[in-house]
Design a protein around this ligand. Structure first.
Ligand code: GUN
Length: 286
């Protein structure tokens, strides 16, 4: 039995085409969606992600403004910028690229973002709404994963979904979304004992640990759906995921590639959230 590749890149391109049409109709009303991105320090991966976000904004007609701060910037300086962006009506979305340098209190900064501009869905308000099953902005990576499962008509209800990784960016919000869709959700992490026994029971296995080839074929059930959220650089400079793709693919029903799987969907969902924020702020959605 062969496997189906979940083509995130292609799906993201279709979503972006639809968003372009929506942006054109907003422009006819004199509205140009805009996204402010805050980047602190010189994290190479973060710089790359931010440049992808900027490029995609440009491609589809969202105005993007990137605010770059040096590694030693004090928290107060960033707080001041967030206050300004919150009260600037021409800014629709605010995103702080994570991780931040150690001396900055990440939660403290996220708390300052106006929830109506929180396109990443990381403010306590948006995370709380998600917990209450009344999502406002849904974090982009989990939202993109759900969109891929739905597009490929992969059933979620009643399935054993296992998530490896418990971050606020992926693991925790993804667990809530899958739970809302009636999956039986298990979250595993670095202290989980007998991890392979748990992953082997997964109908849907989602992995976000940041370790190349962390998931091997003996950890995966026959016919499982595997979602690889890892982005790592191999010894040869290639981008690779957390799953030993070449071996695992032979056992599964569906699998996402890296690159070309979850990554492009994350960016497409950020674009979607930015347009949703714009419409919300302009009174085009109740
Ligand atoms: N760092 C890694 N992924 C993300 C993301 O989706 N949003 C932000 N803000 N930072 C990240």
């Amino acid at each position: 039995m062969g496997y189906t590749l979940i083509n995130g890149k292609f799906l993201a391109s279709i979503i972006k085409e639809d968003l372009k049409i929506e942006i054109d109709s907003l422009r006819k009303k004199g509205i140009i969606p805009s996204l402010a991105v805050i980047l602190v320090g010189e994290n190479k991966a973060s710089e790359k992600y931010v440049s992808f976000k900027e490029k995609t904004c440009q491609e589809i007609g969202i105005k993007s403004i990137v605010f770059k701060f040096s590694e030693d910037t004090q928290e107060e300086e960033i707080t001041k910028l967030i206050d300004e962006l919150n009260s600037n009506p021409s800014v629709n979305g605010i995103l702080i690229q994570l991780p931040l340098p150690k001396h900055i209190d990440q939660n403290n900064l996220l708390l300052k973002i106006d929830p109506l501009k929180d396109v990443d869905g990381f403010t306590p308000y948006c995370l709380g709404k998600l917990l209450m099953d009344e999502p406002l902005f849904v974090p982009c990576t989990p939202k993109g994963i759900l969109r891929m499962l739905d597009t490929y008509e992969i059933g979620i209800e009643g399935k054993n979904a296992v998530i490896v990784g418990r971050s606020i960016i992926v693991g925790k919000p993804l667990s809530l979304l899958l739970l809302k869709r009636n999956a039986t959700v298990t979250i595993c992490h670095s202290k989980t004992e007998s991890l392979e026994e748990i992953t082997r029971r997964a109908d849907i296995l989602c992995v976000a640990v940041g370790k190349p080839n962390f998931i091997t074929e003996d950890m995966v059930k026959d016919g499982a759906v595997v979602i690889d959220i890892g982005i790592n650089v191999s010894a040869y400079g290639k981008i690779i995921g957390d799953v030993d793709f070449e071996r695992v693919k032979e056992k599964v029903s569906f699998i996402t590639p890296v690159p070309g799987g979850v990554g492009p969907m994350t960016i497409a969902m950020l674009m979607e959230n930015t347009i949703f924020a714009t419409k919300l702020q302009k009174g085009l959605i109740e």
